[in-house]
Design a binder for this molecule. Structure first.
Ligand code: NAD
Ligand code: GLY
Length: 359
């Protein structure tokens, strides 16, 4: 077991990573302040892990809510249903919400915790690789709106993140790969050595090797914790964590948040960002190729969805939170291991990239 801290003054919190953590009935004891615990999970994760979490809460007033599974349920209706549960059970301000599941559960439960009675405590128990390396850490919470992904949300930090790597064993290969996309992202934006490690070891991750998974979770969380500590509310550096996301969110929105997984859309988006970075003269021609090769080895897509056009991209990208003064800001790569947020790219360059990928 290893612990890292997200350093945010009074709101600092630990990220605990280890194999079998949920099996320890005392694992939540250090993090629960009040008597009321509300575990929110979904219909796929509940049969796998809810009993373990409930066992650790037997001395609490425990309320469980099981939501339908899917990105399409990361919406207002689901949020309302969590508020209904909290109010119908007369939960007080000292209740702790516990998000057990992937990034969808973490985002929507975190947002419910941010809003309920103007903010209650919440704990992240991420059970996907994507959630363990990214979404459970950093306090971004949200639901989707039909006009755009994660458009309605709040910054609300959890009181702890407990990542049990044993839970990853029940993920299917596609869900593992979508998490690997976010892992590759950290290498691309901050750490060329980590990117090279991934090139050497990607097959070990795809075989679910415990030590390789634990290593990438800790490395990813170390990067994310540093960025969040420097720039919690995304005034600057944190935007770099969105490499590939502006293109990727457009893919997710255009495909109705159901056919493409988040990490898959981000993988294509990172490729598009790499192509644009090469056009900017920052990446050498072989570098986008290196990135493509790693993504393909990780079973991730590198081409846009069939039928998606450049205007489709632009329509959704124009709604992105990174649009500033009418200009779509993009995270690009200065080199593998260093990213930059850019809005002053030459006119027509974005159109060129979109044409290349959609043509
Ligand atoms: P997800 O939450 O939909 O989980 C993927 C699938 O795996 C679901 O069907 C889920 O039920 C299932 N599952 C979860 N844990 C499992 C387990 N241990 N075994 C078997 N099945 C399991 O998707 P995700 O990839 O975890 O997260 C994607 C979401 O995270 C997106 O909504 C994205 O916007 C969000 N996100 C948020 C942030 C942030 O900073 N808040 C960062 C990145 C992504
Ligand atoms: N996933 C991007 C962020 O947390 O800022």
């Amino acid at each position: 077991m290893a612990t890292l801290n997200v350093e945010l003054g009074k709101r600092s919190y630990p990220i605990v990573v280890g194999n079998g953590l949920l099996r320890d009935e005392a694992f939540l004891d250090p993090y629960l302040a009040g008597e009321e615990a509300v575990v929110v999970t979904n219909e796929s994760v509940a049969p796998l892990y809810l009993d373990r979490v409930a066992a650790s809460l037997k001395d609490h007033r425990l309320i469980c809510q099981v939501l339908p599974d899917g990105e399409q349920f990361k919406n207002f209706e689901t949020l309302q249903s969590i508020f209904d549960t909290l109010l119908e059970n007369r939960c007080s301000r000292s209740a702790t919400l516990i998000a057990l599941g992937g990034g969808v559960i973490g985002d929507v439960v975190g947002f419910a915790a941010a809003c309920y009675q103007r903010g209650v405590a919440f704990i992240q128990l991420p059970t996907t690789l994507l959630a363990q390396v990214d979404s459970a850490v950093g306090g971004k919470t949200a639901v989707n709106h039909p006009c755009g992904k994660n458009m309605i949300g709040a910054f609300h930090q959890p009181t702890c993140v407990v990542s049990d790597t044993e839970t990853l064993r029940t993920l299917d290969q596609r869900q593992l790969s979508t998490g690997i996309a976010e892992v590759i992202k950290y290498g691309l934006i901050r750490d060329a050595g980590f990117f090279a490690w991934l090139e050497e070891n990607i097959e070990r991750l795809l075989r679910f090797e415990d030590d390789a998974l634990e290593f990438v979770i800790l490395e990813s969380c170390r990067h994310k914790a540093q960025v969040v500590a420097n720039d919690e509310k995304e005034a600057g550096e944190r935007a770099l964590l969105n490499l590939g996301h502006t293109f990727g969110h457009a893919i997710e929105a255009a495909t109705g948040y159901c056919n493409w997984l988040h990490g898959e859309a981000v993988a294509v988006g990172m490729m598009m960002a790499a192509t644009m970075s090469q056009k900017m003269g920052w990446l050498d021609p072989e570098e986008p190729e290196r990135i493509r090769e790693l993504l393909v080895r990780a079973n991730l897509p590198v081409k846009v969805p069939d039928g998606m056009s450049a205007p489709d991209f632009l329509k959704h990208m124009a709604l992105d939170k990174k649009v500033s003064h009418g200009r779509i800001r993009l995270v690009l790569l200065k080199r593998i291991g260093a990213a930059i947020l850019v809005s002053d790219y030459p006119d027509g360059m974005l159109d060129e990239v979109l044409a290349e990928y959609t043509g």
